[in-house]
Write a protein that binds this ligand. Structure first.
Ligand code: ADP
Length: 324
């Protein structure tokens, strides 16, 4: 009883700090100040709340004039230093990404003590919401999303970007049920480009369930980008079974199980999962230098020998109404 009270109190406190980090709801009309490519500025009419993150809050915004809808991601202009750094990384990296399975970043501006990011809107929630709603998806659907995510990873890696926080909650679904990778807050640039400073973070980052074991071991270098392939392995397992493979009550236990590759597939009676799917996931959860790259992933028998739905198959027949 006493522990429960403590837990409730701690949860309430956490919620209070989180709410403090979020900016207040925006006014009905948000004004984008004039800029070199938009001399008259712009006005966004604010619509429904899309979701809250660690420090950002997202609303739907309709651009007056074109009436096109966007996601407005809002953060306070003054943030604690650590969050400020995460946000700057996100801005720098996300604004340079352009690929069909990455949430399109359009612009950023300041308005009334907040910074606004204008992004492509994903109206069907995240992959996490979908898996929860559906209690698992079919192997054909896992192929559909798997190919899309692998394509986005290939693109990011070709630009020297490691996402480092790939998980179902960071993969959004647009109106046609296409997967769009978002939230570049923990991403890192590994190759020093001409116009980009090298950002390398040594701090522990990511979400316990999706973290590759080598991130936990200091001093291991050389295959950094393969952490995204590990995360894709976790995502595929979670799509197939509805829960991540190393799920445990404590973070330490998750890490131990990940290091020892201590996971089990559900029994065939409970849920049929093909040997090809199991084999591919096992490959992605190998040591970093043995993990397949995105090209090899999509050439795996799981993808080549099974049915791969087309976009027209995915929408709207397999779609369910997003949670209200
Ligand atoms: P944070 O970086 O603070 O974690 P997120 O980028 O995850 O914030 O955004 C917070 C929430 O806003 C997400 O969980 C999601 O519900 C919603 N969201 C974010 N980006 C979009 C988008 N492009 N389209 C629709 N909803 C979005």
């Amino acid at each position: 009883r006493a522990t429960n009270d403590l837990k409730t109190k701690a949860a309430a406190q956490l919620k209070a700090t989180k709410d403090k980090e979020h900016p207040p709801p925006p006014p009905p009309n948000v004004t984008e100040p004039p800029s070199s490519d938009r001399r008259d500025g712009a006005v966004y009419q604010v619509g429904r709340l899309l979701g809250k993150g660690g420090f950002a809050i997202c609303y739907e915004g309709q651009l007056a004039g074109t009436r096109k809808r966007y996601a407005l991601k809002i953060v306070k202009s003054k943030m604690p230093a650590k969050m400020e750094q995460k946000f700057q990384t996100e801005l720098q990296i996300h604004s340079k990404m352009r690929q069909r399975n990455i949430v399109e970043f359009l612009r950023a501006f300041s308005f009334e003590n907040s910074t606004y990011l204008v992004m492509e809107i994903c109206t069907n929630g995240s992959l996490m919401d979908m898996v929860k709603r559906r209690k698992g998806v079919t192997e054909a659907e896992v192929r559909y999303y798997g190919v899309q995510i692998a394509g986005a990873i290939k693109y990011m890696h070709s630009k020297g970007i490691i996402h480092r926080d790939l998980k179902m909650g960071n993969i959004f679904l647009d109106k046609n049920m296409n997967a769009k990778i978002g939230d570049f807050g923990l991403a890192a640039l590994v190759v020093t480009g001409r116009d980009m400073q090298t950002i390398r973070r040594t701090t522990l980052c990511g979400t316990p369930n999706y973290i590759a074991p080598e991130i936990l071991e200091k001093g291991k270098k050389g295959h950094d980008h393969m952490v995204d392939i590990w995360s894709l392995g976790i995502i595929m397992f979670a799509m197939l079974t509805s829960k991540p493979p190393f799920q445990s009550s404590t973070t330490d236990e998750i890490y131990r199980r990940a290091r020892e590759r201590d996971y089990e597939w559900p029994l065939a009676e409970a849920r049929y999962i093909s040997d090809e799917a199991k084999d591919l996931v096992a490959d992605m959860l190998e040591e970093a230098d043995k993990r397949p790259d995105p090209d090899r992933i999509v050439e795996h028998p799981f993808f080549v020998s099974g049915y791969l739905p087309k976009q027209s198959d995915m929408s709207p027949r397999l779609r369910e109404a997003p949670p209200s």
